[in-house]
Design a protein around this ligand. Structure first.
Ligand SMILES: [Zn+2]
Length: 125
């Protein structure tokens, strides 16, 4: 089970809405806790560039002291399914993938594991 604090959910929704009509992308911080993965934060990657159907950043500009556990990004054109490129990026950044498609309703958030299988999650305080 993936545990997503309300603050992280809010950060994702805000990022998606403010980037629209472009994609947004946030790196997710967190840690494994037994069977669960608990997210602890979401931050804008360094060197981020976005357009309407992709988002890129420069991994070598990231502070290496931070352990990332996954990636959030938005799909302005709708459709909450990860592309091959999405899965590849998430696998490099820890494996958890959060996706939010237009119109960015918080309850439309979907999570995937590194193989693209849906991941169950719960919003926590
Ligand atoms: Zn995507």
């Amino acid at each position: 089970m993936l545990l997503i604090p309300m603050a992280v959910l809010r950060a994702c929704v805000t990022a998606a809405r403010s980037a629209h009509p472009n994609e947004s992308l946030l790196l997710l911080q967190g840690r494994r806790d037994g069977e669960n993965v608990r997210l602890s934060g979401a931050r804008l990657p360094a060197g981020l560039s976005v357009d309407e159907d992709s988002a890129h950043f420069q991994p070598w500009m990231m502070p290496s002291s931070i352990d990332y556990i996954g990636v959030f990004h938005s799909h302005p054109s709708g459709g909450p399914h990860p592309s091959g490129a999405d899965l590849f990026l998430a696998s490099k950044e820890g494996g958890v993938q959060l996706l939010l498609a237009y119109p960015y309703s918080p309850d439309g958030l979907v999570a995937y594991d590194p193989r693209g299988q849906p991941l169950r999650y719960r919003i926590v305080p």
